[in-house]
Every structure is written in structure tokens, then in C-alpha cells.
Write a new protein. Structure first.
Length: 147
């Protein structure tokens, strides 16, 4: 345990909020027969094609686990493989039109659940703050947040 000044309590509250909202994400994902890791892959593939190894690396998981996740998404027709035009030995992954439609349906339902869960008379300040937080995190990651 480190000593030092106590963090602003709001950081702890933010952490707890993330944990609770993650459970909402898990519940909606389960209803769509998705894992959170598969959703993360779909989110990254919405930004454009990637190699499975890149998905694994960005997700902090091993290649064998990534392979299992990709195979499941491919079996559902949500992603497809194709030869990397820059390296014919490598495979690239991209969302299919069906995968994009399922991704969009999942996010619509998730947004609806969050809106219900965080129901308040004037949600605009919360949404504006959330948008600002998403852009801040996005800039730190150097990748755009997909719409």
C-alpha cells in the first residue's frame, strides 16, 4: 500500500460507476450472445480492417484467445477474413454488413439501457460531460471513437 495524499473521492466514485455500468454492458452483450471481448473486437473493426494479432494486442489477450473470439464471430457471419493486400501470407479481418448491423443493434439497445438506468430529468449535462470524457480518452489513445 502506498502512502501519500488521498485521491479526490470523485475518482473513486468514477471507478465504482465504471464497474456498475460494465455490468450493464455485460448483461446487454449476453442478450446479444456476445462477450465483452467480442464487442471490443467489433468496435475496433468498425474503425477498419485489422489482423487478429493486432486485435489481440490491443485487447491485451493472447493470440489463441483472440483466435477463438474471431472464429465465433466469423461463424455468426459478423466478420470475414481476406488476404492482406500488403502481405499475401497474412489475413485481415473486417466486419460484414451483417456484423455491422448486429453491432449497431447492440449499441442501440445498450444506449437505451443506459438511458433508462441513468434516467434523470435533464440528462444533457451528463451527456455533454460523457462526450468530453470520450474525446479526452480518444485523444490519449490516438484513435477515433466510432459513431
Amino acid at each position: 500500500m502506498t502512502s501519500g495524499p488521498e485521491p479526490d473521492r470523485r475518482w473513486i466514485l468514477l471507478t465504482r460507476t465504471i464497474v456498475v455500468l460494465h455490468r450493464v454492458l455485460e448483461r446487454v452483450a449476453q442478450a446479444h450472445a456476445l462477450t465483452v471481448a467480442q464487442y471490443r473486437f467489433l468496435l475496433m473493426l468498425k474503425l477498419g480492417p485489422r489482423r487478429a494479432s493486432e486485435l489481440a494486442s490491443l485487447s491485451g489477450i493472447g493470440r489463441p484467445t483472440a483466435s477463438v473470439l474471431v472464429n465465433a464471430l466469423e461463424k455468426r457471419g459478423m466478420v470475414e477474413r481476406y488476404a492482406d493486400p500488403d502481405d499475401g501470407r497474412a489475413e485481415m479481418l473486417r466486419l460484414t454488413s451483417s456484423g455491422l448491423a448486429e453491432y449497431a443493434a447492440f449499441e442501440r439497445e445498450l444506449a437505451g439501457e443506459l438511458a433508462t438506468y441513468l434516467d434523470m430529468p435533464d440528462s444533457e449535462p451528463l451527456l455533454a460531460c460523457t462526450e468530453e470524457l470520450a474525446h479526452l480518452i480518444d485523444r490519449k489513445r490516438q484513435r477515433p471513437v466510432p459513431d
